[in-house]
Design a protein around this ligand. Structure first.
Ligand code: MN
Length: 495
């Protein structure tokens, strides 16, 4: 079992007028989207993406489900951008983290497109888990640029992958074993561009409350300049998994490719050795070519944010072959366990969840019974007419029950009425069912030689016909709601 505790914060910053970042913080799904596009485009792109992500993951809460949900988010933003001219060319980054159950145990699944980041704070060290999909980072991944050079590279803000600019996008996916005391930070570039990794590390080691940590990180970025929207989501692993030991320090297990991809993703470094900086799971350089210069310029984030995007296809998307993969960071020996707190907030949330779940289950049960109990149908039982309460053939295991039996036999019923009775004639109420039976009886009694239960009303009998009986029997006489027919000339009144 894994218990998470989280906090989040977002700020428009000091320069921009609109906050195009959007954070998602729920029980098991977390995300940061950093939207871009003129006017309201960026804001809408980020929200649209997060909505689609939540819906997609809700349908399938697994590692593959998370990857699929990011693909859904891409398509949602893309289609909306295509449909509304004012939103054309909008896009958004997306870093998502989700707690999922696998056969090996609980895992934190991560999915990334763009330059919002996921970090893991473990044992006092901060490790960047994601690789930015920016020109500079792609060059680092190809070994053509050092991390230090990338940090000041003029193309460091130009994205090579963004959600919403094409019908498909390559999504990087990882699995991480959530260990006791782990802290995961999801953030937009508004944080990482303003606050050095050392300060983030220090803050995360000092502020134990995740909400306070997120708010403080955002505050630090605003204080440091606030040139961009700033968003941070902090997810603490209060109770985590105990991963099996692996041989050697810094090993990496590539455990498969995400759906829809050719399965690339190469080496990863679980961190520690290189300290802060891009260290984990980089896409195979040979399959993720850097975009041509002309496309890079179009993709320039500044242009996207400042003005309506210049046409479609801004922010170059990696080739379809640049597929996502799953990389699992292994356990390391000498774990540093932070104190385990069992926060009241999580307990309360879990309780609330169970209460709501119980309430929904009861409501569903009540609705089903109301539905079944308010349904009636007229049918045959042992070749005699009966009224059932319930649904024909049963409903979710609830079988109909006979609430009324009549003496009217199949053989006496006009043949045209028999087939519907064999399958059951539904009526909206018990009164309506009785009325239908009453009509049938009228029809039966109107025939020559009516059965014993028919009322004797000699005045209405055809001339020259002697009633076979002068008593009213069988059903015990007329009763409210049943109604005794006039005896002749009345065909089935069933409606
Ligand atoms: Mn940003």
């Amino acid at each position: 079992m894994t218990v998470l505790r989280s906090g989040s914060a977002s700020d428009v910053g000091r320069v921009r007028t609109v906050n195009e970042d959007f954070a998602l913080e729920s029980l098991t799904l977390f995300a940061v989207a950093d939207g871009m596009g003129g006017h309201v485009g960026g804001e809408i792109a980020a929200r649209t993406a997060v909505d689609a992500l939540r819906a997609g993951f809700g349908r399938k809460a697994s590692v593959e489900g998370l990857a699929g949900a990011v693909h859904d988010a891409n398509r949602a933003v893309f289609e909306r951008g295509q449909a509304e001219p004012a939103l054309r060319g909008m896009g958004t980054t997306m870093i998502a983290a989700a707690l999922v159950a696998t056969e090996e145990g609980d895992r934190l699944a991560l999915a990334n497109v763009g330059d919002s980041r996921a970090y893991r704070f473990h044992g006092g060290a901060l490790t960047q888990l994601t690789t930015d999909h920016s020109v500079a980072e792609e060059l680092v991944a190809r070994g053509e640029l050092t991390v230090e050079e990338a940090a000041v590279h003029p193309h460091r803000h130009i994205l090579t992958r963004v959600l919403g600019v094409g019908p498909d996008v390559a999504v990087d996916v990882w699995q991480v074993v959530p260990e006791d005391g782990d802290r995961f930070l999801l953030c937009s570039d508004g944080l990482t561009n303003e606050v050095p990794a050392e300060e983030i590390t220090m803050l995360l080691s000092e502020r134990r409350d995740p909400q306070e940590a997120a708010e403080t990180l955002v505050h630090m970025a605003v204080e440091a300049g606030g040139n961009d929207n700033v968003t941070a989501v902090v997810v603490d692993v209060v109770v985590g998994e105990h991963p099996p030991p692996v041989s050697g320090e810094g090993g990496v297990a590539v455990i498969g490719a995400a759906p829809g991809g050719a399965g690339t993703v190469g080496a990863a470094d679980p961190g520690g050795s290189t300290g802060p900086g891009p260290a984990t799971a980089v896409a195979d350089p040979t399959s993720a070519p850097v975009a041509p210069a002309s496309e890079m310029l179009e993709a320039a984030r500044g242009a996207l944010r400042g003005a309506p995007a210049a046409g479609t296809g801004a922010a170059v998307v990696g080739r379809s072959g640049a597929a996502p993969g799953l990389v699992e960071t292994p356990a390391r020996r000498g774990d540093h366990h932070l104190g385990i707190h069992v926060p009241r907030r999580v307990t309360f949330r879990v309780l609330l969840f169970l209460v709501v779940l119980g309430g929904l289950a009861y409501a569903g049960y009540a609705v089903v019974h109301w539905y079944v109990d308010s349904s009636y149908f007229v049918a045959l039982d042992h070749e005699k007419i009966v009224i059932y309460q319930g649904r024909r053939g049963g409903f979710v295991g609830i079988q109909p029950k006979i609430v009324k039996r009549y003496d009217i036999a199949t053989a006496q019923i006009p043949s045209i009425d028999v087939p519907p009775l064999r399958s059951g004639v539904e009526e909206p109420s018990l009164a309506a069912a009785r009325q239908y039976v009453s009509g049938l009886r009228d029809a039966v009694c109107a025939q020559e030689g009516p059965p014993a239960y028919c009322p004797t009303t000699s005045t209405t009998l055809p001339p020259g016909l002697t009633p076979t009986s002068t008593t009213v029997r069988g059903l015990g006489g007329p009763r409210p709601g049943v109604g005794v027919g006039a005896g002749t000339g009345v065909q089935s009144a069933a409606a």
